[in-house]
Design a protein around this ligand. Structure first.
Ligand SMILES: NC(=O)c1ccc[n+]([C@@H]2O[C@H](COP(=O)([O-])OP(=O)(O)OC[C@H]3O[C@@H](n4cnc5c(N)ncnc54)[C@H](OP(=O)(O)O)[C@@H]3O)[C@@H](O)[C@H]2O)c1
Length: 295
């Protein structure tokens, strides 16, 4: 199974599909990663905050695959923003992952309430990249305005903006803004994720993959609803990082290259957008937000 690649604005080549490991329990992570690598994945997306970087490292070691063939992403947690904390957190992530370089290192959230620290981290990440310890640096959950502020203040353009993006929250404006700045859009929760939402009634959550429109298309293409959604992302030119702990689903989630959604069917998925995010808003997310009781 050969997975297509996308070339980032600094020339680094990134596989368009990776395995996400958010909420993969630490004790299951090595097996999940080894299983994904055996199925043909070469790109893993973790974060210091997921508490499973060591499992990712073990899974990579178990696979026996040459490190140079892999694309490993991790993220700097917001509690570690600021120059010295970032240096420590970076070394800690490398040690847990059992590697001496990262392919992609991401700021996990913009944290506008602490933006000076965000920028200090960003500048250090660029220094680490310039010293060859990271191949590419990027951000998560940045709005277009936050990206422009980051670039204006530091002169460093991210390679990637990893954001919540799925048919219920399709963020077409943000993807266009990323593209205009030569930044690749990477979709988190590409399958609708662990979050569910309903525009009118949060007590009646809907699950993206259960929508009748997706079931109909799945039947028509002889694919699963997840494959229809992932194919929609690929045809929109995004990187996707579906999470699964099940080998059969991992295999399903990269088996996307023997069909093409028609323009008409792309439009069906485009029309599912409700402009409702499942995750937090990037303007609000910081350590105080995390400490506050969530409704
Ligand atoms: N930067 C950020 O702030 C941020 C935030 C959230 C997530 N992320 C990244 O994005 C990755 C993906 O997002 P996510 O984990 O929230 O959600 P997701 O990948 O959209 O969905 C994962 C859920 O879908 C299930 N699933 C996977 N494949 C399936 C299939 N073929 N059919 C039916 N169900 C399927 C998984 O269950 P099983 O595991 O039981 O198969 C899991 O419950 C994360 O793992 C993480 O790496 C980043």
């Amino acid at each position: 199974m050969s997975i297509p690649t996308i070339t980032l604005n600094n020339g680094v080549v990134m596989p368009q599909i990776g395995l996400g490991v958010y909420l993969t329990p630490a004790e299951q992570t090595a097996a999940a990663v080894a299983s994904a690598l055996a199925a043909g994945y070469r790109h893993i997306d973790t974060a210091a905050a997921y508490g499973n970087e060591a499992g990712v490292g073990q899974g990579i070691a178990q696979s026996g695959i040459d490190r140079a063939e892999l694309f490993v992403t991790t993220k700097l947690w917001i509690a570690d923003y600021g120059r010295e904390a970032t240096q420590r957190a970076f070394e800690d992530s490398l040690q847990k992952l059992g590697t001496d370089y990262l392919d992609l290192y991401l700021l996990h959230w913009p944290t506008p309430s602490n933006f000076e620290a965000t920028m200090a981290s960003w500048q250090l990440m660029e220094e680490l990249r310039a010293h060859g310890r990271i191949r590419a640096i990027g951000v998560c959950n940045f709005t277009a305005e936050q990206i422009d502020t980051l670039i204006a203040r530091t002169g460093i353009v991210p390679t990637v903006n990893q954001v919540e993006l799925h048919p219920l929250f399709s963020q077409t404006g943000l993807q266009a803004a990323n593209q205009a700045r030569n930044i690749v859009t990477e979709a988190w929760s590409p399958l609708g994720g662990v979050y569910t939402n309903h525009p009118a009634d949060p007590n009646q959550p809907i699950r993206l993959l259960d929508l009748p429109q997706l079931k109909e298309l799945a039947a028509q293409y002889n694919k699963s609803p997840a494959q229809i959604v992932l194919r929609w992302h690929l045809q929109h030119g995004r990187v996707v990082i579906p999470k699964s702990v099940h080998a059969a689903r991992m295999a399903e989630n990269i088996d996307l290259f023997d069909f093409t959604l028609s323009d008409q069917h792309m439009a069906v998925l485009n029309a599912l957008n409700q402009d409702q995010r499942g995750g937090p808003h990037p303007d609000q997310f910081d350590m105080d937000f995390l400490a506050a009781p969530q409704s």
